[in-house]
Design a binder for this molecule. Structure first.
Ligand code: AMP
Ligand code: ZN
Length: 467
C-alpha cells in the first residue's frame, strides 16, 4: 500500500522491514481526563490503518502505551504532571485517576469498535526499561544533570528537527523566547528524561529510585523504551496526532536514535485534528463530547465511525450535530440493507456481468484503501455497491467483506434478533446494574446465557450476541 510519511513528506510505497509482521506503535492517551471525540477520531484512524494492513494480508504487531505518569501540562516540561493535577482536582489518588480514565478509554474504544492492540502497556510498569535507556544515553554523553532533572542535550544530536523540518539552529534560537523553568538548562529546547523529586516536584506522588535520585520519568522517554522493548530498535510505523510532530516525536527520535545509532521509525503517520462546530474542543466552551453524550442521545457509536470515515485522516475535520444526524440516518439505512439482504434466501449464481461488477467494486475499494487510506472513496464504493443490481447474496458478501476494514459492525445488524424473553432479561439486568446491584446483574447474565445469548457491556449500554 501507499502511505504518507511525515518524515519524507511524501506518499511512499509501504513495505515492512520483516515481510512476516508489521511493527506498529501508537502513542496512547494520557489518562487524567475523559476520552473525547477528538481522541475517538484519532484512534479510529489508526484502527483503519491496522485493519487495512491486515486486509492486505499482513500480520500486525501493535503496541500502544498508556501515559499514567510524567506528562506535564506543557509538552515542553512546564507546569504540573497532568495525573497529579487530575488527582488534586478530583480528590482521588493518582492511581485511582489513572485506572478510572484508562477504563473509560478502553470502553470508548470498544464502543467505536477499535481493535485492541496486541500489547497495551502502562508507563508506570516500565520504569526499569526507561532507566536502562537513560543510562545508555548518559554513557554515550547525550545527557546532563541539573539540580532538577536529567536532560537530553539536543545540540549533541545534529539531525534534531528532521521530522518537523525545523533546523537545529532555528530550534535553539526560537526556544530562547520560551519560559525557562529550570535556569540550569543549557538550551531551552533540551528535554527532561528524568525529573528529580525536588523543588516544584517535591510532593510528586509517583516516584521511583534512580541513579540520579528519587523522581519520575519525563513524558517522551516512555514511548522510546516501550517501543524498543516490544517491537525492536527499528519499527515500521509509529502513529500519533499532528500535535506530536514538533516536540514529542522529535524527542522520541532523538533519544532513540542517539541510544541505538539506528533509525527508530521508518514511516511516521499523523492524524489531523477534529474541531467542533469550528472551535477547539474544551470544557470551558461546553463542547467537550464523550461517548456518553452520544449514547444519551441514542446515537449509535458506529455512526460516529461512519462520519469519521468520510474525512481523510490528513484533513482537519469539523464536527457538527447536523453531520452526525446525517451519519446516523445513513448508518440505519446500512443496517436495514444488511438485515433485508440476510433475509433474502435466494442463492442464485452470479451472471458473468454481475461477477464483473463485483470485481470492479472490490478493485476500487482496494485501490481506495491502499492509496494512503482514501476512506471517503472506500465508503463511496460501499454505497454504490448497495445501490447496484448485484443479487442479494453476492451483495451481502461484498458489504461484509468491506466491513472488515470499515469496522461498522454490519454483521451484528439485527438489534431485535434476540427473542423477547432474552431482551426483557437484558433490560432487567441493565436496571440492576444502574443501581449497582451486581449480584442480581450476575444472576440475570447467567439466565441470559442459559437462553443462548451473551451480554456485553460497553459505556453504559449493552449488546446481545448469540453464543
Ligand atoms: P492525549 O491524551 O492528549 O495525549 O491525546 C491522545 C491522542 O489523541 C494524541 O495522539 C493526540 O494527538 C490525539 N488528539 C487529542 N486531541 C485531539 C483532537 N481534538 N483531534 C484529533 N486528535 C486529537
Ligand atoms: Zn508517544
Amino acid at each position: 500500500m501507499d502511505l504518507y510519511n511525515t518524515l519524507t513528506k511524501k506518499i511512499e510505497h509501504f513495505k515492512p522491514l520483516n515481510p512476516d509482521v508489521v511493527t506498529l506503535y501508537t502513542c496512547g492517551p494520557t489518562v487524567y481526563d475523559y476520552t473525547h471525540l477528538g481522541h475517538m477520531r484519532k484512534y479510529i484512524n489508526d484502527d483503519i490503518l491496522k485493519r487495512t494492513l491486515e486486509y492486505l494480508g499482513l500480520k500486525v504487531q501493535h503496541v500502544m502505551n498508556i501515559t499514567d505518569v510524567g506528562h506535564l501540562v506543557s509538552d515542553k516540561d512546564g507546569g504540573e504532571d497532568k495525573l497529579e493535577k487530575g488527582a488534586k482536582k478530583s480528590g482521588k489518588t493518582v492511581w485511582e485517576v489513572a485506572k478510572f480514565y484508562t477504563d473509560f478509554f478502553t470502553e470508548t474504544m470498544e464502543a467505536v469498535n477499535v481493535t485492541a492492540p496486541e500489547i497495551l502497556c502502562k508507563a508506570t510498569d516500565h520504569i526499569p526499561d526507561m532507566l536502562t535507556l537513560i543510562k545508555k544515553l548518559e554513557e554515550k554523553g547525550y545527557t546532563y544533570v541539573t539540580k532538577e532533572a536529567v536532560y537530553f542535550d539536543i545540540s549533541k544530536f545534529p539531525s534534531y528537527g528532521k521530522l518537523s523540518g525545523q533546523k537545529l539552529e532555528d530550534k535553539i534560537q526560537g526556544a530562547r523566547d520560551e519560559v525557562i523553568v529550570d535556569a540550569d538548562k543549557k538550551n531551552p529546547a533540551d528535554f527532561a528524561v528524568w525529573f528529580k523529586r525536588v523543588g516544584r516536584f517535591s510532593d510528586h506522588t509517583m516516584h521511583w529510585d534512580s541513579p540520579w535520585g528519587d523522581g519520575f520519568p519525563g513524558w517522551h522517554i516512555e514511548c522510546s523504551a516501550m517501543s524498543m522493548k516490544y517491537l525492536g530498535e527499528t519499527i515500521d510505523i509509529h502513529t500519533g496526532g499532528v500535535d506530536h510532530i514538533p516536540v514529542h516525536h522529535e524527542n522520541e527520535i532523538a533519544q532513540s536514535e542517539a541510544a541505538t545509532g539506528k533509525e527508530f521509525v521508518r514511516y511516521w503517520v499523523h492524524s489531523e485534528f477534529l474541531q467542533i462546530e469550528g472551535r477547539k474542543m474544551s470544557k470551558g466552551l461546553g463542547n467537550f463530547l464523550t461517548i456518553k453524550d452520544f449514547e444519551d442521545k441514542k446515537i449509535d457509536p458506529q455512526s460516529l465511525r461512519l462520519l469519521f470515515l468520510q474525512t481523510h485522516y490528513r484533513q482537519q475535520m469539523n464536527f457538527t450535530w447536523d453531520a452526525v444526524s446525517a451519519a446516523q440516518e445513513a448508518y440505519k439505512k446500512l443496517q436495514e440493507t444488511v438485515i433485508s439482504l440476510r433475509h433474502e434466501n435466494s442463492r442464485s449464481l452470479l451472471s458473468a456481468e454481475k461477477l464483473e461488477k463485483v470485481d470492479d467494486f472490490k478493485g476500487r475499494f482496494m485501490n481506495a484503501i491502499s492509496t494512503d487510506l482514501q476512506m471517503p472513496q472506500a465508503v463511496a464504493v460501499l454505497f454504490e455497491t448497495i445501490k447496484s443490481n448485484i443479487p442479494a447474496p453476492g451483495k451481502l458478501d461484498l458489504i461484509l467483506e468491506f466491513d472488515k476494514v470499515l469496522g461498522l459492525r454490519l454483521l451484528d445488524s439485527e438489534p431485535s434478533r434476540a427473542p423477547d424473553a432474552v431482551l426483557s432479561l437484558a433490560e432487567l439486568r441493565q436496571k440492576a446494574r444502574l443501581v449497582k446491584n451486581w449480584k442480581k446483574s450476575d444472576e440475570l447474565r447467567i439466565a441470559i446465557e442459559k437462553k443462548g445469548y451473551i451480554v456485553e457491556d460497553s459505556s453504559g449500554t449493552y449488546r446481545l450476541k448469540k453464543k
